[in-house]
Design a protein around this ligand. Structure first.
Ligand code: 5GP
Length: 259
């Protein structure tokens, strides 16, 4: 598969064209951003872990019938995915109140929700990804009623699967964000789960200690983000040895002594 030109660069990923028109290459960067790009850093090795974790989760979701864009991992940082037209909505699924839900509505942090809550946000960095209603989605034709009905059903299935998968490794799935895309191929028009599912896009708390194992470590300056993502990967069975993926550290060049 030949890598073509850069098609799009986002905050954490780059999309490249490839020789097959219906596919693209998704490259995971080490960049970490928060608060609408106001806080930025580079976490060595984060992209490698997210590439592996997202591959793992999307492969399992595909096996339980959730159609998604993942095709194949190419290397440490890149995967082949189906080329979709991203629906400009961030779909947020919540099991426990935290983050923007608590700050917006004054709900106590950590409140377990009686039933899963789905929220829609417009995918627009300049506007700060504002919360929108279904009526906004239909009024401004960001997606059709049929598409949203289909996606809503999938969100609950994805949540059920992920809650169970993470519970099995001692992790509480607090909330997550997913995106969907329209895939046109051979006269077929499908809605596919797209983007990524990783500790960048989920809130993951250790069940016993409530230790945060996700991007909140960066947002809240808790440190050890790489180690937390590594812990998630290790518990998922992706990293069999601690030494499998390490943050890249470039040794300082040795000073050359003048003879
Ligand atoms: P909140 O609305 O509480 O900030 O986020 C809810 C969930 O969606 C969290 O798991 C958070 O990581 C995820 N999320 C919301 N917006 C974004 C975004 O723009 N980028 C990423 N990576 N995750 C997001």
């Amino acid at each position: 598969m030949k890598k073509g030109k850069k098609l799009y660069e986002g905050k954490a990923k780059i999309i490249y064209a490839c020789s097959e028109k219906s596919l693209v290459i998704q490259h995971f960067k080490d960049d970490a951003t928060a608060f609408n790009n106001k806080k930025k850093s580079v976490i060595d090795g984060k992209g490698i872990l997210n590439n592996r974790i997202s591959e793992h989760i999307l492969t399992y979701l595909s096996q339980v019938g959730i159609k998604n864009h993942f095709v194949k991992r190419l290397n440490m940082r890149e995967q082949i995915i189906k080329r979709v037209e991203i629906i400009p909505i961030e779909f947020i699924v919540r099991n426990v109140a935290t983050g923007s839900l608590t700050s917006r509505l004054g709900i106590e942090d950590g409140t377990v929700l009686d039933s899963t809550l789905v929220e829609y946000c417009l995918k627009d960095d300049k506007l700060g990804d504002p919360l929108i209603s279904r009526e906004h989605i239909f009024a401004f034709k960001w997606a059709t009623k049929k598409e949203i009905e289909k996606i809503d059903k999938q969100l609950l299935r994805i949540n059920d699967f992920l809650v169970g998968m993470f519970r099995g490794i001692g992790i509480k799935l607090v909330d997550f964000k997913v995106e969907f895309g329209r895939y046109k191929f051979n006269n077929k028009n499908e809605i596919l789960l797209a983007d990524e599912i990783s500790p960048d896009t989920c809130r993951l708390w250790d069940i016993q200690t409530e230790k945060k194992l996700d991007k909140d470590r960066f947002r809240k300056n808790l440190g050890n983000l790489f180690q937390a993502y590594q812990e998630v990967a290790r518990r998922l069975g992706i990293l069999h040895e601690q030494s499998n993926v390490r943050p890249l550290r470039y040794p300082k060049p040795k000073a050359v002594k003048n003879k």
